[in-house]
Structure formats: structure tokens, C-alpha cells
Ligand binder design. Structure first.
Ligand SMILES: [Zn+2]
Length: 263
């Protein structure tokens, strides 16, 4: 239901395929193994961190440490927000969710002064409409799930993403999605958690992940972290006088802004 409410709609028609690699939570292996694979090809990803989980042992493995945050930024990756307490986006009261966004930012500033979160991924489940409204006040865009890519009318408060682990035994399906994203000139946001030889149910093996990275490169897509991808899309659109980034969220009504460079 929340998919239909509190939308910040844009019309994605920027004219070239884009792919973003994202990691939720994020376990150390996502950076040390997944980040190294991306770096091998000169690429960077987006790491969605809940600072309240730092250095904990989680089902996805050991979560990042404070020094990992500096390492991540030094390698050109994007640090994204996943709320401080890893709040379930559906079950948490929107006000509490908003407080956890603020807490994540406050603690980040203590650990890495000057660092900012520009984008968010919703933990665990899809967000409530009021949660989308609150998140929209803080971020360029917010990522959920949906197992497809973004094209045409797109909700910046609920960007679609494809979780790789759900098809880790079927790479052909992921490659087909990458090819379709390419043909449609869409924005495909890939997501997972750990990258390990024996991955958790929420992660992938390094060989699978690298195979997908190579496929993404061969597809001709621009491969960028989420905030930079959105910047590239806006840049293309701005050449067509688009003003989507300047629009404000209406509490009552959706709005539709053309992101086409052609109009
Ligand atoms: Zn999570």
C-alpha cells in the first residue's frame, strides 16, 4: 500500500543505462571482499550502515568497524544511512524511524567529522507512507526492494532494487535483468549483504559477485554509487531543463517531474 502514497515521483528517461552496487548493514566482508572486487575494475559501491550495529556479530557476519568507515570513504565508496538502530521500516513508528536517522547522522559526525549520508536504504521491510515522508526530508533518494530496475515514473522515496542473494543460484536471471536494464536505459540498483566463500542466506559468494560485476561492465552501463548515479541522471536531465532536484515533497499529493533530457 505504501508504494502508492507519499511518493516523490520523477520520470526517468535519461537515455543511458546505469547500475549501482549496494550493500546493506554492512558486514566487513562487503567492504573487504566485495569492495576489493569492485576496486579491481575501478568501481565503487554504496554501503548502507546502521552505526548502532558497529562491530557486532550479526547473521550476515561481523559488522564494520569505525576504521572501516574511513577506509570505505578513502576508496571512493558512498556511505549511506540504514538508520542507527536498524529500524524495521514497516513496524517502527515513523517518528522513531526519523529519530534513528538523526542519531545515525549524529554518531557518524563523531566518528568521521564532516561525513554525510546522502541516501538511505530501508531496513528489513518496505516503509510506511509517513516514514517515506520523513526520510524524504533527509535524503536525495531512498532505496527499498522490488526485484527490478527503475525506469519511467519512479518514486525517489522508494527506489526499486534487486537483491542478488535471491538469485545467487541463477546468475542467468540476473544477467537477463542487466541486459533488459541496458535496453531500457534504466537504473538498476543491485543489493546484497555479505560477500563470502560461505555466504549467509543474505549474501553471495565472491565468484558469483565478480561474475555479475563483469556482466554489468560488459552491458555498457555507467556503474556508480547511488548518490552519484542520481547526480548523473539529474545532469543528463538538466541539459533538458529538468528541475526535479529542486522540487519539494508535498504532504498531500504526488507530483510528477519529467526527467527526460528531451523535454
Ligand atoms: Zn539491513
Amino acid at each position: 500500500m505504501s508504494v502508492r502514497f507519499a511518493r516523490r515521483l520523477v520520470e526517468l528517461n535519461h537515455g543511458f543505462p546505469v547500475i549501482s552496487f549496494t550493500f546493506d548493514d554492512f558486514p566487513r566482508s562487503a567492504l573487504l571482499v566485495g569492495g576489493r572486487i569492485l576496486g579491481r575494475y575501478g568501481l565503487a559501491g554504496t554501503y548502507y550502515a546502521s552505526l548502532g550495529l558497529m562491530e557486532r556479530d550479526a547473521p550476515v557476519g561481523r559488522i564494520f568497524s569505525a576504521s572501516d568507515l574511513n577506509r570505505l570513504l578513502a576508496h571512493g565508496h558512498e556511505l549511506g544511512c540504514h538508520t542507527f538502530a536498524h529500524c524495521n521500516a514497516w513496524e517502527t513508528r515513523p517518528r522513531t524511524f526519523g529519530e534513528s536517522i538523526a542519531e545515525n547522522r549524529r554518531v557518524l559526525n563523531q566518528i568521521v567529522p564532516g561525513a554525510v549520508f546522502e541516501t538511505l536504504s530501508y531496513p528489513i521491510r518496505c516503509p510506511r507512507p509517513q516514514t517515506k515522508r520523513i526520510a524524504a526530508e533527509h535524503f536525495l533518494c531512498c532505496r527499498a526492494g522490488g526485484q527490478t530496475f527503475n525506469i519511467g515514473p519512479t518514486d525517489l522515496n522508494n527506489l526499486r532494487a534487486f537483491f542478488l542473494e535471491k538469485s545467487r543460484d541463477n546468475p542467468a536471471l540476473v544477467k537477463d535483468l542487466i541486459a533488459r536494464n541496458s535496453r531500457a536505459s534504466g537504473w538498476l540498483i543491485l543489493a546484497t549483504h555479505d560477500i563470502a566463500e560461505s555466504p549467509s542466506p543474505f549474501g553471495c559468494a565472491p565468484q558469483f559477485f565478480e561474475d555479475i560485476v563483469r556482466c554489468a561492465i560488459q552491458s555498457g552501463a555507467r556503474i556508480l554509487p547511488v548518490a552519484k548515479a542520481w547526480g548523473a541522471i539529474c545532469g543528463a536531465a538538466s541539459r533538458g531543463r529538468c528541475s526535479a532536484t529542486k522540487t519539494r515533497l508535498s504532504q498531500q499529493t504526488d507530483y510528477l517531474t519529467s526527467m527526460s533530457p528531451k523535454n
